[in-house]
Design a protein around this ligand. Structure first.
Ligand code: DAH
Length: 343
């Protein structure tokens, strides 16, 4: 009996139906009420108990195979008849090529920045995008009425009576605070991340973008160290001929503060429409960490000094690749993104 079922199984395995009539005959033979399977199932009760389990397994195998074969043949025959008797399945055609994605230009630029600073000992730090007032503003020495706290600049999430307000971080400087609060100097970190500002979206501004913050705290760190570090970075990023210049500026968390320009890598300083014929491009803000900030974060301001800097990743990417519209970075247009696949 078992041999008979095994033979049926192999028959089913080898069965090929080329017409619907043949397939119907197959269905009647195996799967219909008067078919082989019904007979076999009713036979079950006559099988000695000790063989019943094996018998059952084999009958079930036959049933599954017959059903699968029927379904498969049915689908095959239908697709042939849909195409007027000719299958549109041409197995000799080359396969569809896989479309490979490419790294996003913001990731490429961020990784370059991290790798350049990594070579001189900066490690990567991270912090939350939803931040409290202390880490985003107060610890960074923002006076209570500083315009950066205005609703225009900041997306506030909630302000409960008597508690710190919560907002989307407006800059990655908040990560400096978190690192200084938990780490003993020497500190040498780079903190990349997404930041949010309540701004109207245009070619030059967006409500979210990316920054990298740098921080170096140790005994005897000077403004000259900062200049040298940033010169090294600029040459690695924009080419060995690049020059830098520092212009005095103001940030609440650094004193003195500066903005740094690099010679335009497109016209090499001669003047073009990217640098607005000045020969210089502004790329970052920097300065010596204000002693108040060190104290706020529990670092001895008598013993330690340090510098910090912050730059926009989109801005660097736009300058390196001559991209004119900031919105392109967040629109996910493959035609734009795939241009960077060779980077
Ligand atoms: N946080 C500043 C901004 O978002 C950028 C910045 C400027 C960071 C000077 C710094 C710095 O660490 O020293 O505009």
């Amino acid at each position: 009996m078992q041999d008979k079922i095994k033979q049926l199984i192999s028959e089913v395995d080898n069965y090929v139906a080329s017409t619907k009539d043949q397939l119907e005959a197959f269905r009647l033979k195996y799967l219909s009420k008067k078919g082989v399977l019904t007979d076999l199932f009713s036979e079950m009760k006559n099988i000695p108990v000790e063989h019943r389990k094996d018998f059952g397994l084999l009958v079930n195998e036959l049933k599954t195979k017959a059903e699968e074969k029927f379904q498969l043949a049915m689908t095959g025959l239908e697709s042939v008849s849909d195409s007027g008797g000719h299958s549109d399945l041409d197995l000799s055609l080359p396969a569809e090529p896989y479309v490979l994605g490419s790294r996003h230009p913001i990731s490429i630029t961020r990784n370059r920045i991290l790798s350049i600073f990594g070579r001189i000992g900066f490690t990567v730090a991270q912090g939350p995008e939803i931040e409290d007032d202390w880490h985003n503003f107060t610890a960074l020495n923002f006076p209570e009425n500083h315009p950066a706290r205005d609703m225009q600049d900041t997306f506030f999430i909630e302000q409960r009576e008597g508690t710190d307000s919560i907002a989307l971080r407006t800059h990655t400087s908040s990560i400096q605070v978190r690192v200084m609060e938990t780490t003993k100097p020497p500190i040498r970190i780079l903190a990349p991340g997404r930041v949010y500002r309540n701004e109207a979206i245009s070619a030059r501004a967006h409500c979210f973008f990316h920054q990298v913050e740098g921080l170096y705290i140790d005994e005897g760190v000077s403004f000259a160290d900062m200049k040298q570090t940033l010169l090294y970075f600029s040459r690695e990023m924009f080419g060995a001929e690049t020059k830098i210049r520092l212009r005095p500026s103001y940030f609440p968390f650094t004193e003195p503060s500066a903005e740094m320009d690099v010679t335009c890598s497109i016209c090499k300083g001669k003047g073009c429409n990217v640098c607005k014929y000045t020969g210089w491009l502004e790329i970052l803000g920097c300065g010596m960490v204000d002693p108040n900030v060190l104290t706020n974060c529990g670092i001895d301001a008598e013993k330690y000094t340090g510098f910090a800097f912050g730059m926009g990743i989109e801005r660097i990417a736009m300058l390196r690749h001559d991209v004119k519209d900031l919105r392109l970075f967040s629109e996910n247009d493959v035609r734009f993104l795939k241009q960077f696949s060779g980077e």
